[in-house]
Design a protein around this ligand. Structure first.
Ligand code: ATP
Ligand code: MG
Length: 367
């Protein structure tokens, strides 16, 4: 096992990446890799086995993997650095085996408490019924859990239900200490710590390094960690790749002018002026946050009576970012991506198999 502290994150390839993925998960990782790749092992993996928890177009999966990794390179990930690893989960079979092992130490009730499968289940249910989720419903996810769970049982898969177990395997296999994820993954990270600790205690050895608590993760990554970029059309929910309309989602592949239109028609509120208040005024607060995250200073807009100038300013920043990014993205070659993936996968298989063997031995599968 590498003696360096491992930092790991993965982004599903079920759709194009959006600015929430970029700001919440990718940017902290890329910034860190740019500055500190000498000091850490940095794993940015493609969780391809997580692709099927919500319905996808299977014929597009290979292109989506290539697109995602190309985005990493275009966004400045120092992929040639010897401590930076980009690999596909399904090319390292130890992920699946460890997940199967972990599932036997996971309580059914424990998985049941995870809120994300309920939320995802809801959107699958909504897709099936061809209806949109009413904004106010988002708050009722937990309250309505019985109905939601019943509907999720009908329309969602076991893979969706127990994907936090595979996610825990993804993290624990490499003894990752820091896992930059958006706020929506906090509960899964806590679960990862719980299961690691439980197994370490049961077998009386440090089989797994516990990832740091969410609080320490925040400290390590600074303010971008725990970020939740909101959907522009419905700011009560987070921006999501699997959103079926895409109206409130800015994809990294969006034509800058299309992105501009989405921002200009963002839902705000009917108050009189621009103020920051995430609970009462999620739409305008989201725009203010985006403006800051793309390098602006929101103070210029606080107190203004019109929302138009703020929207235009955010649209300018994001359109410029997309234009530049897409230009870089178009220079990345498929052969470059493929050779990087294969190189990392060879190395990661060695690390993962060695660790898996220790686990197999501890639980009695090997002598
Ligand atoms: P899906 O709807 O298919 O789950 P997603 O948009 O939630 O897609 P994921 O692949 O599940 O994206 O998540 C990749 C990473 O991006 C995770 O670390 C997640 O926490 C982060 N992330 C996702 N959405 C946001 C968001 N709106 N704001 C900040 N971070 C986000
Ligand atoms: Mg998600």
């Amino acid at each position: 096992m590498s003696s360096k502290t491992t930092i790991l994150t993965g982004l599903r390839v079920n759709n194009d990446l959006h600015i929430g993925n970029y700001l919440g998960a990718l940017l902290p990782m890329i910034d860190l890799a740019k500055e500190h790749a000498d000091d850490y092992q940095i794993n940015l993996f493609v969780p391809d086995l997580h692709s099927f928890t919500t319905p996808i177009d299977h014929s597009r999966l290979q292109d989506a993997i290539f697109d995602t990794v190309s985005n990493y390179i275009a966004l400045g990930l120092p992929i040639d650095h010897e401590n930076v690893h980009v690999y596909r989960q399904s090319f390292i079979p130890a992920h699946s085996e460890l997940a199967l092992i972990l599932s036997n130490f996971t309580g059914f009730g424990e998985m049941f408490r995870m809120t994300q499968f309920k939320e995802k289940g809801r959107s699958i249910v909504a897709q099936h019924q061809n209806t949109n989720i009413e904004p106010s419903d988002t708050h009722e996810v937990e309250d309505q859990s019985d109905t939601t769970i019943r509907k999720t049982e009908e329309n969602g898969s076991v893979g969706l239900f127990n994907y936090p177990i595979l996610m825990a395997a993804d993290i624990l296999l490499y003894n990752a200490r820091y896992v930059p994820v958006g706020d929506d993954q906090t509960q899964h990270l806590e679960f990862t710590r719980d299961i690691a600790e439980r197994i370490n205690n049961k077998f009386e050895q440090e089989l797994f390094v516990l990832p740091e608590s969410v609080k320490h993760q925040h400290e390590f990554f600074g303010k971008d960690q725990g970020l939740r970029v909101r959907d522009l059309a419905d700011p009560t929910k987070k921006m999501s790749k699997s959103d079926d309309t895409g109206k409130g989602v800015i994809f990294l592949s969006d034509n800058p002018e299309v992105a501009r239109k989405k921002i200009m028609s963002a839902t705000t509120d009917s108050y009189e002026d621009v103020q920051y208040d995430f609970d009462k005024r999620p739409g305008v607060s989201n725009l203010l946050d985006l403006y800051t995250l793309f390098g602006g200073s929101q103070h210029e807009f606080l107190g203004q009576v019109q929302y138009g100038p703020l929207k235009s300013a955010v649209a300018d920043k994001i359109a410029a970012f997309l234009g530049e990014h897409q230009q870089m993205r178009s220079t990345v070659k498929q052969a470059t991506v493929e050779s990087h993936l294969q190189h990392s996968e060879q190395l990661m298989n060695q690390i993962a198999n060695r660790h898996l063997y220790d686990v197999q031995r501890a639980i009695g599968l090997r002598r």
